[in-house]
Design a protein around this ligand. Structure first.
Ligand SMILES: Nc1nc2c(ncn2[C@@H]2O[C@H](COP(=O)(O)OP(=O)(O)O)[C@@H](O)[C@H]2O)c(=O)[nH]1
Ligand SMILES: [Mg+2]
Length: 235
């Protein structure tokens, strides 16, 4: 069977993105910046989780944020209100961030200086999955209002991530979301995948999430020290 020209073009674009992502990753390693790429469907609670995280971790580590959105800077304003450095990327018609867009910010003062960099990707469960940005860890949020079948419908993003955070768990009693079925579906895709349950509204699970962030940052620094390069587990 012949591949269509479109498939060749897509392969080229993805290959170029991989190269750029490697380049970004090298820069982040030099400045010892531990990068988390947060992905989800629109409205799953990425900005809310970031707000809860930034409020609770001010004394633990320094943070900066990149906000990816097709248009507007509403989320960036929410982060700015917490006095955390934030950089907006408007993707226009593109439904995901790519490594080149992130690459333009590699020398930004607060990105070079920060210990943790959170990248809020464009809300979408399809396209961001194929475009690594140079991150150390990839996190996918799945809100309990979306349905426990989403890992089956969007396998690529859930297979290629390090952690799935079930969000809005305060709403569990109002929705038909079978957490153990969702976990089973995720383990079928990736047996090593870690999951956790949070509510940014009540604060439940936030402590465990922040512990996970701290453990990943410690691992990142240890890898940099011992091996002079880091492993991107999920890609
Ligand atoms: N009940 C509840 N609502 C939440 C929670 N987290 C976010 N939301 C709401 O969900 C909507 C989308 O949240 P947002 O953080 O903007 O999602 P994003 O588009 O993924 O960044 C907002 O109305 C939030 O108030 C939560 O833990 N519980
Ligand atoms: Mg948001």
């Amino acid at each position: 069977m012949h591949e269509s020209p479109d498939e060749h073009a897509l392969e080229r674009i993805l290959g170029k993105n991989e190269e750029m992502a490697e380049h970004n990753s090298d820069h982040f390693q030099r400045s010892k910046t531990c990068v988390f790429n947060l992905m989800s469907a629109p409205g799953a609670g990425k900005t809310s989780l970031l707000e809860a995280t930034l409020r609770s971790t001010k004394k633990q580590f320094t943070s900066a944020v990149i906000e990816g959105d097709m248009v507007g800077d509403l989320d960036a304003d929410r982060i700015k209100a917490l006095n955390v450095p934030v950089y907006q990327i408007s993707t226009g018609r593109s439904c995901h961030l790519d490594a080149q867009m992130v690459g333009r910010l590699l020398h930004a003062e607060s990105i070079v200086a920060t210990q943790a960099l959170f990248i809020e990707n464009v809300g979408n469960l399809v396209c961001p999955a194929e475009f690594p940005l140079g991150e150390f860890r990839r996190v996918v949020l799945l809100s309990v209002t979306e349905g426990d079948d989403k890992p089956i419908k969007y396998p690529v993003i859930f297979r290629n991530c390090d952690l799935v955070v079930f969000t809005k768990c305060d709403l569990l009693e109002y929705v038909n979301f079978d957490l153990s079925a969702a976990e089973k579906n995720l383990k079928a895709l990736n047996p090593k995948l870690k999951t956790m349950r949070v509510s940014s509204k009540t604060g439940d699970g936030i402590y465990e999430w922040i512990n996970w962030l701290n453990s990943q940052m410690t691992e990142y620094q240890a890898q940099l020290k011992n091996e002079h390069h880091v492993h991107h587990a999920a890609h």
